[in-house]
Write a new protein. Structure first.
Length: 328
């Protein structure tokens, strides 16, 4: 080819398919290129995060304000910047724990090239939490058992690692006080991990006394509860992913047993009611069987089996059978 001869353009291949499929030489249309992974609507995620920041800060600030002036007081009277700053002791640690959990999932998805969204934080004007947590949306099927396990377990481990320092810090700023006699008290169940740090910091607490939670310790308490709930071996919760990766199809029986356990726990504490209803609804919609992966019958390697055991230990440390109750 001479130097002055123009180059012919290289044709770009376009994939075509039959419409309807299998109709031979009927109608053929071009197939659009696959959507790029990890495309995000940044504004939506940022807006939900900011809203959750304010709802969690106000929730704790109102709790402090009511504790000072009484529950019959209008929480907007006397609410000022100092009270708002007190709420930051709760909201910032809680958002850090939730972010660590969800970004644990997200970065595991990035590692395995499984398309997923950034975390969606869920603001809620609730007086105790100010949020219903955070979630990410996984947009495609898990390609392997290894990917399923890594993505499922990364969130609880990351959240657990994030909450432990806040638990230690919050415990150091909490104090032991006498429980007011003749009054109803909102009691938060004490997970094993909480009891361990409480004993190390305060020693044996006498009858009639209890630990008055600092807001940072309160955030760590919610982090432990969220971690334990996510690690329940049910359906498509994090614990359900881990159970399916470790046990295969037998995990469906574990899911059914977990649902029965949560329903029974509801009779001991009404704080399980919402979560029990949510699991029942999930069971009715999706069933107990986990969506299959191609290498379902391939066992996990020894390292991942050890990580699964570690996740079970985290569940034991963070679980409490009676999360919230009112006692005399």
């Amino acid at each position: 080819m001479s130097d002055d001869q123009p180059l012919e353009p290289v044709p770009v291949p376009i994939v075509y398919r039959s419409v309807p499929p299998g109709w031979g030489d009927g109608v053929w249309i071009p197939v659009p290129p696959p959507r790029r992974r990890f495309q995000h609507r940044w504004g939506r995620h940022l807006l939900l995060f900011v809203l959750t920041f304010f709802t969690t800060t106000f929730a704790q600030a109102f709790l402090i304000f009511w504790g000072t002036l009484g529950t019959g007081t209008n929480p907007f009277l006397g609410f000022n910047a100092d009270v708002f700053r007190e709420g930051l002791w709760y909201s910032l640690p809680l958002l850090t724990i939730l972010s660590a959990h969800e970004f644990g999932h997200y970065f595991a998805c990035r590692y395995h090239r499984v398309d997923a969204t950034l975390p969606f934080f869920i603001p809620a004007p609730l007086p105790l939490t100010g949020t219903l947590g955070a979630v990410i949306r996984i947009r495609e099927a898990f390609p392997s058992k290894r990917a399923l396990f890594d993505i499922g377990v990364a969130g609880p481990i990351a959240g657990f690692v994030a909450l432990v320092p806040f638990l230690v810090w919050g415990m150091s700023m909490s104090e032991v006080a006498r429980i007011p006699a003749g009054s109803e008290t909102l009691y938060f169940g004490e997970p094993l991990l909480w009891k361990i740090f409480e004993r190390l910091h305060f020693g044996t607490i006498p009858d009639g006394y209890d630990t008055m939670l600092h807001p940072t310790g309160f955030a760590a308490w919610w982090g432990m509860l969220a971690t334990a709930l996510n690690l329940l071996p049910f359906g498509q919760l994090d614990g359900g992913h881990i159970a399916y990766a470790a046990l295969g199809r037998r995990a469906s029986w574990i899911s059914a047993a977990t649902l029965l356990l949560v329903v029974l726990l509801n009779f001991g504490s009404s704080s399980w009611t919402f979560f029990a209803l949510m699991l029942v609804l999930m069971a009715l919609i999706f069933g107990f069987r986990h969506p299959r992966v191609p290498d379902e019958d391939e066992p996990l390697d020894p390292v991942r089996r050890a990580v699964a055991i570690f996740a079970a230990v985290i569940f034991i440390l963070c679980f409490t059978p009676v999360p919230i109750s009112i006692i005399d």
